[in-house]
Design a protein around this ligand. Structure first.
Ligand SMILES: C[S@@+](CC[C@H](N)C(=O)[O-])C[C@H]1O[C@@H](n2cnc3c(N)ncnc32)[C@H](O)[C@@H]1O
Length: 196
């Protein structure tokens, strides 16, 4: 069925794409629960993340509910990786700081990090935490301070808090006022999104 191409829909697509941050991303490391993955994608959409990276070696990328307009799956690009070295060095070569989440003694609180610079944050499996090969490649560890009896957040909650931290820093710098894509890129993306 041909997608509706009303002026209102086009204006909305253009407005949202103009706020997408092409250099703020997450790496989803073996998160297995589809509800958690859907919730993460929805938060990515809300905070203007253009695309995320998927690293699945011990878990399968979960089957998500069918694409609906309320599904982040429809509006957040996903790049699959199987080679950890290529994935991390590829991001670093593009100038990204890469952080992993975790609680070791050298981990630093989220408030210490500036996520308004090109940033990729690894969110990891609900049971096993960060894949050892990623931990080896990524020394910088970030944690969200917790004051309660329970030791960790649900992974989708942690993702939302990290994204909100980055959003706040980028918003304060006016980074949602000017598109991070070139006019040519925006035209191409607009056409692609209108066809969804
Ligand atoms: C339930 S936790 C995993 C706990 C796992 N047993 C471990 O030792 O790492 C799932 C994921 O949520 C994220 N997470 C949970 N709480 C966090 C926190 N306080 N700070 C940063 N990330 C957190 C991390 O990505 C973590 O790998």
């Amino acid at each position: 069925m041909e997608k509706q191409r009303t002026p209102q829909r086009e204006a909305r697509v253009r407005e949202v794409l103009a706020k997408r941050q092409k250099d703020f991303t997450l790496i989803i490391d073996n998160v297995w629960d589809p509800h958690n993955v859907s919730a993460i994608l929805r938060s990515c959409d809300a905070f203007g993340v253009y695309g995320i990276h998927l690293y699945y070696t011990v878990s399968q990328w979960p089957e998500l509910a069918k694409k609906s307009s309320a599904s982040g799956k429809k509006w957040v690009e996903r790049t699959k990786h199987s080679d950890p070295v290529k994935m991390i060095s590829g991001l670093r070569d593009q100038g990204y700081q890469v952080l992993r989440t975790g609680f070791s003694e050298t981990a630093r609180p989220l408030m210490d990090f500036d996520l308004s610079t090109p940033s990729a944050v690894i969110l990891s499996n609900e049971h096993s935490g960060t894949a050892p090969e990623l931990a080896e490649l990524v020394p910088d560890e970030v944690y969200i301070p917790m004051q309660g009896m329970i030791q960790s957040f649900n992974v989708s909650v942690a993702a939302a808090l990290i994204l909100y931290h980055g959003f706040s820093q980028r918003y304060a710098k006016g980074m949602y006022n000017d598109p991070s894509f070139t006019p040519e890129e925006l035209e191409k993306l607009t056409a692609e999104w209108l066809a969804r």
